[in-house]
Design a protein around this ligand. Sequence first.
Ligand code: AMP
Ligand code: FE
Ligand code: FE
Ligand code: ZN
Length: 278
Amino acid sequence: MGALVDLHLHTTASDGRLSPTELVQLVASQGLKQVAISDHDTTEGLAEAFYAAREFPDLRIIPAIEISTDIPGDEVHMLGYFLNHEDPELQALLGRFRDGRLERGKAMVDKLATLGIHVDWDRVKEIAGDGAVGRPHIALAMVEKGYCKEPKDAFPEYLGRNGLAYVERTKMSPDQAVNLLVRFGAVPVLAHPAYLVDMEPAIALLKDVGLMGMEVHYAQYDSKTVNRLAELAEEYDLIPCGGSDYHGLGNTGELLPGTLGPPLETVERLEDAAHKLR
Ligand code: AMP
Ligand code: FE
Ligand code: FE
Ligand code: ZN
């Protein structure tokens, strides 16, 4: 049987390729019961997702977000669950993050041009549509132009954190993200910890600034990694979370929602934690 919970999903509101409605239909058909829509720096997909989910009474959508932050030499993604997504102050802040993404996306396209990779900025914006612009949109434009075969191929050399065309976002630190999430009622959870260069010290530091959970089940993590992360979650008293991080970008090996995920009990723990924040 597949997973019942998936706490990490993207839509066209950011760099996912399925609309919120299409994603809801997919997760329902996969038999999922509790899912979090966690777009990058936006909650714009939630209203449509809630509307679409009315067709599926057994499915619950948890309002969430994934905030991008930076530490020296690395990037840290912070998930937040049960966010008060309708708060106007939060929306104003997120609007500013997304404006920053536009400038940064354009700067990366300019940098690519100096490296002989010519993608059209207007085309990148067209691919992103109404969504928060992200590197995968640039990667898709590169695929269209034949510079790489699939979006993920654009990262090691060009778009990745240490790639030649990488440009930083407006800087935000993980503790600022934790504070922001908590302020708007969300439980802060570290995304895909195993991508961190210096994982354990980062977890210890983040725990000190108020982190409440970390992803343990994630996309292609093997059982050894999952076990190691579960031990760390236990050690640092963090709620073990996780999900597929489904984007629908067409990368080889991308797992569908419902392939893996935490148990239903995780959602109860997140909910308890969220109640305590109110
Ligand atoms: P951005 O939000 O513009 O910083 O882009 C971050 C997104 O790019 C992530 O959520 C992934 O979808 C994608 N991404 C980042 N690093 C990689 C990588 N090394 N390989 C493939 N996709 C990546
Ligand atoms: Fe993404
Ligand atoms: Fe992420
Ligand atoms: Zn993600």
